[in-house]
Each structure stands twice: as structure tokens, then as C-alpha cells.
Design a protein around this ligand. Structure first.
Ligand code: DSN
Length: 422
């Protein structure tokens, strides 16, 4: 009817996809801390016929007929996630991390309620109470900060802030915090104030699932995550909670904030959770951290100042004022050399978010390619050479060689054919 192969049917999209595959595999070192490369079976599930069907509701209770196979897939996803994170209940339908946080808030608090969350520039996320986001608009947020000297979240400050604001909900979890999340400090603050506890573990979810980072369960009330960062799954969000909150969480996702679930994504989440249950996933997560620490040491040897002096997890945050550069300039210089990082605010940054003083560098994606500590020490050397302006062409060549040495998807390059537009 319309042809079977994308390359025959739509040259524009086919070419863009092929170019992106080429960029990911051959044209640079992917060091954005929130990105990763999913295994082929995850891609296969994402491109499956499950995209064809509406399945509003939950397994065993759908609004449309014909959902038996969708039920099977969603049950598997929920069960695997619950086991991975030791959660009583899981909702795997949120389309993204922001959607998960939206629904999580409305499952435990109402508009106008008081919430305590982190300062965005101190590692938080827009959905943790920023004024330009729904969270800062709909709820009465106050923010806790990183300690200016230790550059870590400290219990005294968090507890004092909680007593001052008397929140109904306390949120922790970060996009750019290189240290272990101090869950105890938040538990103490919640005990003092009676607040509900919510952790957004999007960045460290893979580490948590593998036991490389502390798990907020079983003590915490509600935990959100994305599924595609260190967890290395299909792109999307997820909410986990104590059994008592299960009904509220499900209602807050559907019908309150979402319509039909993206069941092809749910299937792909199920596949990635299954892969995360295998023993080699724990090795992978340990390697992510070992690589970040090797990268941190290499950068420090070359005079980069790192926020908090190092890392416990999958990312480092480099203060580029130690190299007389802004984050934006560093991002551009590195991108020209084929090293992909993002500019990032550092705590107490005096520069605006589109300039920043820092860069965030993460190890999950290149660890998926098989790189270990020696490769990351070498990457630190290449970053130093690019930033300090040594022979940019040679740095680019070295980046290319590293990409070739650590292939990503092993598939043969498809033969380009003449595209016939229909
Ligand atoms: N955009 C993500 C990150 O890069 O951390 C957060 O949602």
C-alpha cells in the first residue's frame, strides 16, 4: 500500500535518522550526563505494533476492548520495576520525568500547598519549584541550598529550612549533583515537620537499581524517575510509591494528567527493566562510577576545579572559571573537537543559565560503549587539550579513533539506495 521500508517511503526522515545514527556512533564522544544508548531489543519494542492501540486505564481495567496483550506488557513492566527498586507499587505510564513529577505532586498534595525543593542552580530541576515551571506556579515552593563551602547538601540547613517553611511535601533528587543524595537528612526534616517525602531519582536510577547508590525505599512515600538515563531504558517516566498511595498515584496519572499510555514505550520500558535485572547491569553501574572518578582525577590533574572536589556518581561538574572560560564557551570548544557535554550552572553561579560558569560531564553513555577507567583518563587529557587550545585537529582525530575503537550498534551500515518519493 505505502511501501515497507522507511528509506523507500520517506527520504527526509530516513536520512535524518541515518545521519543521527552516524553522529551517535562515529562523530563524537557522548558525555551528556542524562543521555545513554539503549540496547537493540529496546529499540525493537519501541518500534512495535503496540503503538497502534489505545489502552486508557490499567491492566484488567481498560476503557477499550482488545487490550489483553497490553495488559501483559504493562504487568511485566510494573512487576520488574517494583522488584528492581523494592517498591510496593509502580505506575509506568508517565510519558516523561516532568509528567511523572506533575502526577506525583497531585497524588499527595493540592495546588497552593507548601513544598520544599532544591535551588535549580544547585542541581535541582525545573519541576522542583522553579518559577517558570508549573511546579513553581501551582505550589508554594521554598528552596534549600547547597552549602557554599562543602558544596554539598547539609542536614542542618535542610532541617532548618523545613522547620521555617513547614512544607506538606519535601522533594529531593538532582540533575547536576555529583554526590550521593543524603536521604537521611530529608528523613530527619520530614520527621520534624510531618511532611511527605518525594525523591526524584531520575539521574541515579540505574545506580539505585544496582545497589551502587542508596535506595530511598522502603522508607520513602513516593519516588519518581525517568527511565532513560543511567537506567538505560526506553525514554519516559515512572512513579513508584508505598502501597497506601497506589490508587492516588494511578488516578493522578490517568485520568487526571494523561490520556492514552504510549504502550510501545511501556513495552520498551519492560524490556529495559528485564535487562537491568541481569547481573551484568550491576557491573555496568559500578563501572559508570569508577569511570566518573577516573575522569574527575584526570581533570583535576590538569587544573580543573570540580564542584565538591570530585564525584560519588555518574557525573562531574567542572567550574570553568578555573580555566578562565564560561560554561558556554567550554561547551562550544569541546563540541568543535567532537566532545559533547553541556554548559551547567554551578552553585552560587553569577552567570545566567544560557552562559553559566560550569560544564556537566557524565559517563553513562560511553560506559555503555565499553570504555573503562583508562579511556576516561584519556578523555580527561583530550578535554584538557581542547580547552587549553592544543592542536584542535589532532584532538578531533583522537576522538574519532576512540569512537572507532568502541563501536556502538554493530549493525552493518545499510546500503544507501536511490530514494523514490511516493
Ligand atoms: N534534561 C535532563 C538533564 O539533562 O538532566 C533533566 O530532565
Amino acid at each position: 500500500m505505502w511501501g515497507k521500508d522507511l528509506r523507500d517511503v520517506d527520504a527526509d526522515v530516513y536520512d535524518a535518522l541515518e545521519n543521527e545514527r552516524q553522529r551517535q556512533e562515529r562523530e563524537g564522544l557522548e558525555l551528556i550526563a542524562s543521555e545513554n544508548f539503549v540496547p537493540e531489543p529496546v529499540l525493537e519494542a519501541q518500534g512495535s505494533v503496540l503503538t497502534n492501540k489505545y489502552a486508557e486505564g490499567y491492566p484488567g481495567s481498560r476503557y477499550y476492548a482488545g487490550c489483553q496483550h497490553h495488559d501483559a506488557v504493562e504487568d511485566v513492566a510494573r512487576e520488574r520495576a517494583a522488584e528492581l527498586f523494592n517498591a510496593d507499587h509502580v505506575n509506568v505510564q508517565p510519558h516523561s520525568g516532568s509528567q511523572a513529577n506533575f502526577a506525583a505532586y497531585f497524588s499527595v498534595i493540592e495546588a497552593g500547598d507548601r513544598v520544599l525543593g532544591p535551588v535549580l542552580a544547585h542541581g535541582g530541576h525545573l519541576t522542583h519549584g522553579h518559577g517558570i515551571n508549573f511546579s513553581g506556579t501551582l505550589f508554594d515552593f521554598d528552596q534549600y541550598a547547597i552549602d557554599e563551602d562543602s558544596e554539598r547538601f547539609e542536614a542542618d540547613h535542610i532541617v532548618a529550612k523545613a522547620k521555617e517553611h513547614d512544607p506538606e511535601l519535601i522533594v529531593c533528587g538532582y540533575s547536576a549533583y555529583p554526590r550521593e543524595i543524603p536521604f537521611d537528612a530529608f528523613r530527619e526534616a520530614a520527621e520534624e515537620t510531618g511532611a511527605t517525602l518525594m525523591a526524584d531519582i531520575a539521574h541515579v536510577a540505574g545506580l539505585v537499581a544496582a545497589g551502587v547508590h542508596e535506595n530511598p525505599f522502603p522508607e520513602w512515600d513516593i519516588v519518581t524517575t525517568t527511565t532513560h538515563k543511567t537506567l538505560r531504558g526506553a525514554r519516559g517516566g515512572m512513579i513508584m510509591c508505598r502501597e497506601e498511595l497506589a490508587k492516588q498515584v494511578d488516578k493522578a496519572v490517568f485520568p487526571f494528567s494523561q490520556g492514552g499510555p504510549l504502550m510501545h514505550q511501556v513495552a520498551a520500558k519492560a524490556v529495559s527493566f528485564g535487562l537491568a535485572q541481569r547481573p551484568d547491569f550491576a557491573d555496568y553501574q559500578q563501572q559508570i562510577v569508577a569511570n566518573a572518578q577516573a575522569l574527575a582525577e584526570g581533570l583535576q590533574e590538569h587544573g580543573f576545579r570540580l564542584v565538591s572536589g570530585g564525584t560519588d556518581n555518574h557525573l562531574v561538574l567542572a567550574d570553568m572559571t578555573s580555566k578562565d572560560m564560561t560554561g558556554k564557551e567550554a561547551e562550544q570548544v569541546l563540541e568543535a573537537a567532537g566532545i559533547v557535554v553541556n554548559k551547567n550552572m554551578i552553585p552560587y553561579d553569577e552567570r545566567p543559565p544560557m552562559v553559566t560558569s560550569g560544564i556537566r560531564i557524565g559517563t553513562p553513555a560511553l560506559t555503555t560503549r565499553g570504555m573503562e577507567e583508562s579511556a576516561f583518563r584519556y578523555i580527561a587529557e583530550l578535554i584538557h587539550q581542547a580547552i587549553d587550545g592544543h592542536d584542535p585537529e589532532r584532538v578531533q582525530e583522537e576522538v574519532q579513533e576512540l569512537c572507532d575503537e568502541y563501536p556502538l550498534y554493530e549493525n552493518e551500515e545499510p546500503e544507501r539506495t536511490e530514494v523514490v518519493q511516493q
